[in-house]
Design a protein around this ligand. Structure first.
Ligand SMILES: NC(=O)c1ccc[n+]([C@@H]2O[C@H](COP(=O)([O-])OP(=O)(O)OC[C@H]3O[C@@H](n4cnc5c(N)ncnc54)[C@H](O)[C@@H]3O)[C@@H](O)[C@H]2O)c1
Length: 254
């Protein structure tokens, strides 16, 4: 079977760690050339080096329009086009509303909403110039784009915002043949997951046990399982799928 992303060029935010890194690896295995964009230069450069000549790393913060413009320009310069934008980067916040100060509120909205919005604006002109064969924008939402949990007002707010963005943007870009979809992961053991449970569990293991209690299939989700769904949504196999928020969550949202 031929690689399903053969000939396509992808830009992945938050690609230096966790779900983004697993997706960069899978995309390359499926024939794509990939630009990894992340604030973490060390791990980002190391991953790009590990994956070889089909991967390029750009350091930057997606909440900064100039960083995003630089990433898109580097993508075109390195690989000649942009077919898939994966807005994956985010940070997490856990804690009651009374404890969220204005700085944290704005920081979380910047990292989880302004960033994907600005990156999409930066990438659209390049996506519009694409070959037309298969252009897609993906977002990482969360099960908290669909359900909510107490103590996660800020995270639930921004992840529900991503669901609104996916639906509305899918309709806006449908006439141009650019598809827009989101992934809604259940618990994946990454630095972000550990930060999210650190205030409500005594240890990462206790945090995992806490989360698993609500997962019908009864196990953590592997980052590579989110990546597999991302490959599908980005590929020609999903050519008639747009505006969907797909749970990859062991049944949490059922
Ligand atoms: N891990 C989970 O259980 C889980 C569950 C649901 C949703 N998610 C979502 O999955 C996505 C990826 O998270 P992960 O779990 O792989 O976490 P992670 O911490 O492993 O990776 C997130 C990456 O995003 C980067 N990043 C953060 N802010 C950035 C910014 N402003 N600009 C550029 N890069 C930035 C980080 O440096 C990091 O490399 C996030 O959108 C997260 O909300 C994760």
């Amino acid at each position: 079977m031929s690689a399903v992303l053969e000939g396509l060029v992808a830009l992945i935010t938050g690609g230096a760690s966790g779900i983004g890194a697993a997706t960069a690896k899978r995309f390359v295995r499926e024939g794509a050339r990939v630009v990894i964009f992340d604030v973490q230069a060390g791990p980002g450069n190391a991953l790009a080096e590990e994956l070889g000549q089909d991967v390029y790393f750009v350091a930057g913060d997606h909440a900064r329009a100039d960083d995003n413009a630089r990433a898109v320009a580097a993508t075109i310069e390195s690989f000649g086009s942009l077919d898939i934008l994966y807005n994956n980067a985010a940070t997490v916040h856990q804690g009651p509303i009374a404890e969220v100060d204005e700085t944290e509120l704005r920081r979380q909205i910047d990292a989880c909403m302004i960033g994907p919005y600005l990156m999409t604006q930066a990438a659209l002109p390049a996506l519009r110039l694409g070959s037309g064969a298969n252009r897609a924008i993906l977002f990482t939402g969360s099960v908290q784009s669909i359900i909510v949990r107490p103590g996660y007002t800020l995270y639930s707010m921004v992840k529900h915002g991503i669901a609104g963005l996916v639906g509305s943007l899918a309709l806006e870009l449908a006439k141009e043949g650019i598809r827009v979809n989101g992934l809604c992961p259940g618990p994946v053991d990454t630095p972000l997951f550990r930060a999210g449970v650190s205030r409500i569990a005594e240890s990462p293991e206790a945090g995992i046990a806490l989360r698993l209690a609500g997962v019908p299939l009864g196990r953590m989700i592997a980052a590579d399982e989110i990546a597999a769904a991302a490959v599908f949504l980005a590929s020609r196999a999903a050519a008639n799928i747009t505006g969907v928020m797909l749970p990859v969550d062991g049944g949490i949202c059922a």
